[in-house]
Design a protein around this ligand. Structure first.
Ligand code: NDP
Ligand code: MN
Length: 385
């Protein structure tokens, strides 16, 4: 049987040190006035916002800053950003920051180009057409949002996280500069790095995986296994920072094709209901989800153990697959990610509410082993500890 698939990755990726200071040159001819979308403090404090703005000025591109994006960005925030962009006649959007800033930039770019409220574009394929040029400069090595067709927003009124999914929101250009990521604390490096590994593993075992996404996911898994501990415990390790920057972009490319799975399905619900950190949540869930999926993904897990550096001498594929779960747990422990959800501000009594939301998440539906609402509840309870 021929396995048919489509591969679409339209982003021009510029990878390497000190690329942020060259953004002006990169975007020249793409627009006259940029809106620079960032979080509230980190990029400004580190002087990176100024670096980008100065490089734009050199190319005679005007810019205004929108620095109001909070972690787990809300619909209200992106509506506000798009109002500013429209008032200022911006024709270019530059997202600079973690996944939150990049996702907000995507939504703002959609709303510059199309009439409507951010809510109207959530869900699959609800962006009606192309958007203004969008440039993404990640500052965390985690989400891979710089190359994905997703933007995740939170509805504060209903406490729900929902993704906008559309090929039109894949950034035109990604500037991936590992230097910018050096300022991540150990803790931030852990949570964002485990998010990247979770993307790579979930894409690798996804029912939508194809030969190309597998290649990319496999590389991301081995990079994260090799470099995440080093990046966490020695933030100045340039090689490790570069390895994690590449791992997160590759993992983003993999999920853009293959999607994620139940760690992200439940992770989205928990993120919305408890405003919990995304990377920590999906990282905690990952080994529990891997155990749940074991029977559907034996061969792939066995290979994951190998990719993560285990010299497996396991007599059976099943043993080797279990080795992958153990290897992921060891990594999580080594980088100080909690082993249970109970250690976050998550409440066990809300299991039914979490399950109700998680069963509707696209990522849950894309999990290799199908989950009943009862399965979801039990997974949540197990991961709660
Ligand atoms: P955030 O973007 O939420 O950033 C978390 C914190 O880190 C912020 O307080 C930010 O500061 C700070 N920060 C960012 N970069 C640096 C740096 N270089 N040095 C110091 N501090 C820094 O974190 P993530 O990158 O983990 O993004 C998570 C979001 O991405 C979630 O909403 C998640 O749902 C989404 N996501 C999107 C995906 C996609 O494909 N679009 C995939 C996976 C997750 P400040 O507030 O000052 O900016
Ligand atoms: Mn994620």
């Amino acid at each position: 049987m021929i396995h048919s698939f489509e591969y679409f990755m339209p982003t021009r990726i510029l990878f390497g040190e000190v690329k942020a200071a060259e953004v002006g040159k990169v975007v020249t001819n793409l627009g006259r006035k940029a809106i620079l979308v960032t979080g509230k403090t980190a990029m400004k404090q580190l002087g990176i916002t100024d670096q980008v703005t100065d490089s734009l000025k050199k190319e005679k591109i005007e810019s205004i800053a929108f620095d109001q994006v909070e972690p787990n960005p809300t619909i209200e925030t992106v509506n506000q950003g798009s109002k500013l962009a429209r008032k200022e006649n911006c024709d270019l959007v530059i997202g600079l920051g973690g996944g939150s800033a990049l996702d907000a930039a995507k939504a703002i770019a959609v709303m510059i180009s199309h009439e409507g409220n951010a809510k109207d574009f959530l869900g699959s394929n609800n962006v009606p057409g192309p958007i203004v040029p969008l440039v993404a400069i990640p500052s965390t090595s985690g989400t891979g949002s710089e190359v994905t067709r997703y933007a995740v927003l939170t509805d504060k009124s209903t406490k729900r996280k929902q993704a906008m999914r559309s090929q039109f929101i894949i950034p035109r250009i990604a500037v991936v500069d590992p230097q910018i990521m050096k300022s991540q604390s150990s803790y931030l490096t852990s949570c964002t790095g485990i998010d990247a590994l979770t993307h790579a593993i979930e894409a690798y075992v996804s029912p939508k995986a194809n030969s190309l996404s597998d290649l990319i996911a496999a590389k991301a898994i081995s990079l994260a296994a090799r470099y995440l501990r080093r990046a966490v415990w020695n933030g100045d390790d340039t090689e490790a920072r570069g390895g994690m920057a590449l791992a997160s972009t590759l993992a983003g490319m993999a999920i853009c094709q293959a999607g994620t799975g139940a760690a992200h399905g439940l992770g989205m619900s928990i993120g919305g209901i408890f405003n919990a950190d995304h990377g920590t949540t999906v990282g905690i869930l990952l080994p529990y989800v891997m155990e749940f999926n074991l029977a559907t993904s034996l061969d792939k897990y066995a290979y994951i153990a190998f990719l993560m550096g285990q010299k497996t001498t396991s007599p059976t594929t099943r043993e080797a697959a279990l080795e992958a779960v153990r290897t992921v747990r060891d990594l999580i422990q080594d980088i100080d990610i909690p082993l249970t959800l109970g250690q976050l501000k998550v409440r066990i009594e809300l299991a039914p509410e979490v399950a109700e939301d998680a069963k509707e998440q696209g990522a849950t539906k894309n999990n290799p082993r199908k989950l009943t609402p009862q399965d979801i509840k039990e997974l949540y309870q197990r991961a709660y500890g």
